[in-house]
Design a protein around this ligand. Structure first.
Ligand SMILES: Cc1cc2nc3c(=O)[nH]c(=O)nc-3n(C[C@H](O)[C@H](O)[C@H](O)COP(=O)(O)OP(=O)(O)OC[C@H]3O[C@@H](n4cnc5c(N)ncnc54)[C@H](O)[C@@H]3O)c2cc1C
Length: 366
């Protein structure tokens, strides 16, 4: 079956996250696009913690690739190798390309189907509802947002947040960390810094658990959630033609055109790139816009000098704190409370992201 626009040039996109899904959607009517992802759906990552306290919220944030990729091909499999002409998948399938986009950001052990993913949200929600006390391990954005969601929606539950660093949200400035710490205290979240959870020591007859930390104290909780960050989706690239294009952190080195140095037809976008800026989804989409433009220019046979360039962006981060509040760091100021909350926390940019993907902001997918 033929896909895409008149030129019939083949674009393979590896990774159906924020960056990959967006570029596949953008190019589907100008090229013959194949999206290769380990799962059948795209998920808005920053909405996932709300989905744990309100599973129906995930019905809008977990979106089947087919819903926005009406004119592209979907291959649900893991990419395991790249040659100069093809991508090899775990099932042994070869996907040929004229242009390749690597967008494998982070590698999550998510289930294959949207239905299974929605069931996971139900199960996580039941786990939260059944517990009186909850321990969250990891004080980055995921741990902080989860602690805040639970504290706001279930104020009677005892929440303990354990973090091995010296402050919360270390990816942004200390002002934001301090304000977040104060906010969590007002919600009775107990924050324990500079220690890690070493082991689960015992399980009581009522099912509650005792955990031991590196500072030899014990924490009792009915359940726990690990929010310690996800591995980059780049380990497999070490065996490919791109092995010499990775930095020491496993990120792909790109030039200003979002192209991998030394490869005229291979681009990388999103969290997998070595661009010196905070890794954010809205920036991953900006990378996608630049790469899509450049692929079109190359497909049209235009001069490389016409290609668009990307410049690293200054810091603009909003971490939601439950349904109304948030902490935000902008280039010249750090804010906490209702004002940044009004920007992010009610809908968590879900309607906005759906609209960008060409979908009804409100409709619930089947
Ligand atoms: C709690 C939290 C809150 C956040 N809040 C915001 C926010 O408010 N605003 C914002 O802009 N950003 C936010 N972010 C950051 C944002 O989620 C990331 O920057 C964004 O997801 C990066 O997109 P990506 O496409 O590069 O990678 P990902 O979204 O990680 O997607 C990678 C995709 O590649 C697939 N994949 C991996 N390996 C393979 C393989 N070998 N073969 C095939 N497929 C593969 C994965 O399954 C996945 O679908 C937040 C992140 C977190 C954790």
């Amino acid at each position: 079956m033929e896909f895409g626009g008149g030129k019939g040039r083949r674009v393979a996109v590896i990774g159906g996250g924020v960056a990959g899904a967006f570029i596949a959607k953008s190019l589907q009517f100008t090229a013959d696009v194949t999206l290769i992802d380990v799962k059948e759906y795209f998920e808005i990552p920053w909405a996932s913690l709300r989905g744990m306290v309100e599973p129906s919220f995930a019905e809008r944030s977990v979106i089947n690739h087919k819903d926005y990729l009406s004119n592209g091909r979907l291959v649900v499999s893991r990419a395991v190798n790249i040659t100069n002409s093809d991508v090899l998948t775990a099932e042994g399938r070869l996907v040929g390309y004229d242009y390749l986009v690597v967008a494998t950001g982070h590698d999550d052990p998510f289930p294959k189907t949207r239905r299974e993913r929605l069931r996971e949200y139900e199960a996580e929600n039941e786990k939260i509802r059944a517990a009186q006390s909850i321990m969250i391990v990891g004080g980055g954005p995921t741990g902080v947002e989860l602690a805040a969601e639970i504290a706001v929606d279930f104020p009677a539950k005892k929440v303990t947040l354990v973090h091995d660093g010296s402050r919360l949200l270390e990816f942004i400035g200390p002002k934001a960390s301090n304000k977040t710490m104060e906010w969590l205290k007002t919600k009775d979240v107990e924050v324990k810094l500079q220690r890690s959870v070493v082991e689960m020591e015992s399980v009581d007859s009522d099912g509650s658990k005792t955990y031991r930390t590196s500072s030899r104290e014990t924490i009792r909780a009915d359940c726990h959630f690990l929010c310690t960050g996800k591995p980059l989706g780049s380990a497999w690239l070490k065996e490919t033609i791109l092995k010499d294009n990775m930095d020491s952190n496993g990120r792909l080195k790109v030039d200003d055109y979002m192209r991998i140095k030394g490869h005229k037809n291979i681009f990388a976008i999103g969290d997998i790139t070595d661009i010196k800026e905070i890794k954010q989804g809205y920036l991953a989409q900006k990378h996608a816009v630049v790469a899509a433009k450049n692929i079109k220019i190359l497909m049209d046979g235009e001069k490389e000098s016409k290609m668009a360039t990307y410049k690293p962006q200054s810091i603009k981060v909003i971490v939601s704190l439950g349904r109304h509040d948030a902490v935000a760091q902008f280039p010249f100021t750090t804010l906490i409370g209702l004002i940044p909350g009004m920007i992010k926390s009610k809908d968590l940019f879900v309607g906005k992201t759906r609209k960008k993907m060409g979908l009804d902001p409100q409709a619930v997918d089947n």
